[in-house]
Design a protein around this ligand. Structure first.
Ligand code: ADP
Ligand code: MG
Length: 273
């Protein structure tokens, strides 16, 4: 249900989710761009915020990080508004605020500035009515950049591989989320864990998947994203996998995941009258 069908007296601000896990290479960016494209495909208005200086979500959305005139760096340093810094992803069907190497400097520059953890939150508040969902792709650390994401969000989606050490790394993230919840952002909660790069032929992965279910129960999304090479190939074409090869198993899983997120967490339809 798109927000524009709601009465104008009842604006439905965007649901803001961070895609976070302090490990690198676990599928955060792949989840961000494909969930964004999947949500766009099922009719939602979506904004992606790339908070990783590597700029992979930017490139994977078909926006060239090397030629960005305004990026999330400018938004955090308040030299541009979010409305000025956003670009349309040509293939993805969503908007994106890009990032590049310049963003790694923001970490240092922000330290002495007032409201250093709330900069993204303030910037997003201005455009929140333009979107149904905002997805923030976090860097692989629990840094001031990630903190800006967590302070701005309603919740966190945690992609994880079903590997032996997957649960161990999770406790740091869970502790950080608890601290942010207690001190900076009472709205923040773990929305859910998403099992990614899953290979059902590997017994260990099945076992860890069951452990994750047993431990986290309803906090685990029903959808499981399989390991699928088409998802890995798509970024070099500047497209989310969902758009690059819609028939591939990975793409279909992400569209199913978008439906699950929309069903569970999307804007609530207005009541009669
Ligand atoms: P992160 O953002 O956490 O560092 P990425 O999303 O960049 O992780 O994923 C790491 C690598 O794994 C990338 O090369 C990506 O293309 C690949 N990858 C991610 N998800 C899948 C998947 N479901 N199947 C195959 N390859 C994947
Ligand atoms: Mg990434």
């Amino acid at each position: 249900m798109r927000a524009q069908r709601l009465p104008v007296t009842c604006p439905m601000p965007a649901r803001i989710f961070c895609i976070a896990n302090q490990k690198g290479g676990v599928g955060k960016t792949t989840t961000t761009v494909n969930l964004a494209a999947g949500l766009a495909k099922v009719g939602h208005r979506v904004l992606v915020v790339d908070l990783d200086p590597q700029g992979n979500a930017t490139m994977g959305s078909g926006v060239d990080k090397r030629t960005l005139e305004t990026s999330v760096y400018d938004v955090l340093l308040e030299s541009a508004t979010l409305a000025d810094a956003r670009h349309a992803s040509p293939a993805g069907g969503y908007d994106i605020v890009g990032a590049n190497r310049e963003l790694s400097g923001a970490e240092v520059e922000l330290v002495t500035l007032p409201g250093r953890e709330r900069r993204l939150r303030c910037a997003l508040a201005v455009v929140a009515d333009d979107y149904d969902f905002v997805l923030v792709d976090c860097p692989p650390s629990l840094s001031l950049l990630t903190l800006n994401g967590l302070c701005a969000a309603h919740g966190v989606i945690v992609p994880m591989q079903c590997e032996y050490f997957a649960l161990e790394g999770l406790s740091d993230l869970v502790n950080t989320i608890r601290q942010v919840h207690a001190n900076l952002n009472p709205d923040l909660q773990i929305i859910g864990l998403l099992r990614v790069m899953f290979d059902p032929r590997i017994t260990l992965q099945q076992q860890v998947s069951e452990q994750i279910k047993a431990h986290f129960g309803s906090k685990v999304f029903d959808t499981v994203i399989p390991r699928n090479v088409r998802l890995a190939e798509a970024p070099s074409y500047g497209q989310p996998g969902v758009v690059f090869d819609p028939a591939a198993k990975g793409a279909q899983a992400f569209v199913e995941f978008a439906r699950e997120v929309s069903r569970r967490l999307g804007p609530v339809p207005a009541g009669p009258g």
